[in-house]
Design a protein around this ligand. Structure first.
Ligand SMILES: *[C@@H]1O[C@H](CO)[C@@H](O)[C@H](O)[C@H]1NC(C)=O
Ligand SMILES: *[C@@H]1O[C@H](CO)[C@@H](O)[C@H](O)[C@H]1NC(C)=O
Length: 231
């Protein structure tokens, strides 16, 4: 009797641990990837899914916009203006790891947020969460198989080898936001002065850069099995 009672307690403890883990993952717990809240209906394109499958899939982002005035890109889960566009899948990956895709690389230098518009969204999180600033630059490598990388460090190395010291693989949650930011609110020096209020967003982010828009690119996500490589 006593043994089975402690067994139940252990089981309960495990359940709470799993719950706690899921809840600390705020970027993912709040929204489902099939319903990326910043856009409309999901349409999956077959165009990029025609090579032999390895079974394993990796997470990819796509260029969504370039804002000429600021020299910045918006990259993320899906180009919502493209009726043939596909969603990313942050949980199990969206693109076969044996496909050739560029790696999205980032270099963070703490450059302040430019005064871009934060688009209104209907997501669970505040709109700024989906419009974070990555505090630096992005660029893309030549297309490579996601399966060629052993772990995140190997992808980081590949970015550094391609572009120099300080470049590393871009993250799903590379965008930082300050609640209420929009246009000049929390841009420039006001961004830097309020550094303590910066939080990580997810699904999309803005960055200096002008990357290609003809193909999706590999990105890294922490604490999820949706990368072609180990954490
Ligand atoms: C997004 O898709 C639309 C519609 O196909 C296209 O006009 C636009 O150029 C795309 N955006 C980017 C950044 O490629
Ligand atoms: C940001 O400002 C623009 C321009 O005033 C406005 O259209 C947009 O709705 C604002 N974004 C949010 C999230 O309120």
């Amino acid at each position: 009797m006593r043994n089975s009672f402690s067994g139940v307690l252990i089981l309960l403890a495990l359940v709470f641990q799993v719950d706690g883990k899921a809840l600390t993952d705020a970027s993912l717990a709040e929204v489902s990837p099939a319903q990326d809240p910043t856009g409309s209906a999901a349409v999956n394109s077959p165009i990029l899914q025609n090579a032999p499958s390895s079974g394993k899939k990796g997470l990819t982002f796509v260029k969504e916009a370039h804002l000429v005035d600021f020299g910045i890109d918006l990259v993320g889960c899906r180009n919502w203006s493209d009726p043939n566009g596909m969603n990313c899948d942050a949980y199990v990956g969206d693109t076969d790891c044996n496909q050739l895709r560029p790696v999205l690389c980032a270099k963070v230098d703490n450059t302040p947020r430019p005064a871009y518009v934060v688009p209104p969204t209907t997501g669970v999180m505040t709109p700024a969460y989906y419009a974070g600033w990555n505090l630096g630059h992005i660029t893309t490598t030549v297309p490579v198989k996601g399966s060629q990388f052993y772990n995140r460090a190997a992808v980081d190395d590949y970015c550094a080898q391609s572009f120099g010291v300080g470049w590393r693989v871009a993250l799903f949650d590379d965008g930082f936001f300050i609640s209420g930011m929009n246009l000049t609110t929390y841009s420039g020096s006001a961004w830097t002065q309020n550094a303590k209020n910066q939080q990580r967003g997810g699904w999309h982010f803005y960055s200096y850069g002008d990357v290609r828009n003809d193909i999706r690119f590999w990105v890294h996500i922490r604490d999820q099995p949706s990368t072609c490589w180990q954490q």
